[in-house]
Design a binder for this molecule. Structure first.
Ligand SMILES: [Zn+2]
Length: 240
């Protein structure tokens, strides 16, 4: 039997999802939503760690967030492209789990894979809804499925969000999920080379950005997102 997800979070590298939208996912999971993560690559070009270590860390982080499932497409780190081959691989996953919402990488970022993964995931969401595109993962033709909404989380660059989500009660879960990637971030005892994401400042920036976004909307912590179309609310009073 197939699992139907409410939310599928897609990241170019294991840890992108935790950094970008870990608090939002933890909050939805606490409210009973079915959430899954799809990592596109194993992060094999990372300065620190190995694919094996990162896979174990990703599994630990998934457990901390409480997601239903976490899969890895094994696409090449550093060489993502918005190709038909890669689009179809993501189409298969979208049709398999039928998420209503897809969260994916930032529209622009320091790591070139992020912007590529952003467009790749977004295009795959559209294509997954076209009946004439046939996919089969071993159970006959998959049903066409288009997620209702695609949102882009923010990661390295300071992109102005279109909306923010209050994650005040889930900042600790987000931080713990990020810390599960021990090989990747600030560790004063590590013997491995330094990189922009291994600095203490980077680790702290995750918290201070969330705090600053929260400050701007009157809560303790928030995560920001960009949208491809206008955000609609039922009533103007729904906005706080
Ligand atoms: Zn990344």
């Amino acid at each position: 039997m197939n699992i139907k997800l409410d939310i599928l979070a897609i990241g170019a590298h294991p840890d992108d999802v935790e950094l970008g939208c870990g608090g939002t996912l933890a909050k939805e999971i606490a409210e009973g939503k079915m959430v899954g993560i799809l990592d596109l690559t194993q992060g094999e070009l990372g300065t620190r760690g190995t694919p094996k270590i990162r896979a174990m860390e990703a599994e630990a982080a998934a457990g901390i967030l409480g997601v239903m499932l976490r899969e890895n497409l094994g696409l090449p780190d550093g060489f993502l492209e918005n190709s038909k081959e890669y689009q179809l691989k993501i189409v298969e996953v979208i049709r398999k789990y039928q998420p209503d919402i897809v969260l994916c990488n930032a529209i622009d970022d320091r790591h070139p894979d992020h912007a590529k993964a952003s467009k790749l995931a977004s295009d795959a969401c559209f294509l997954a809804g076209l009946r004439a595109i046939k996919t089969d993962v071993g159970y006959g033709d998959q049903e066409a499925w288009r997620p209702k909404n695609v949102y882009h989380y923010i990661q390295w660059k300071d992109i102005k969000p279109d909306f923010v989500v209050d994650i005040s009660d889930y900042m600790d879960v987000k931080e713990n999920a990020i810390k599960a990637f021990k090989s990747q971030f600030y560790d004063p005892n590590s013997q491995e080379p330094e990189s922009p994401i291994t600095s203490k400042n980077f680790f702290e920036s995750v918290s201070y950005r969330a705090k600053d976004l929260g400050r701007l909307v009157g809560v303790s912590y928030a995560e920001g997102f960009n949208t491809e179309r206008y955000v609609a609310v039922k009533k103007i009073s729904d906005i706080f």
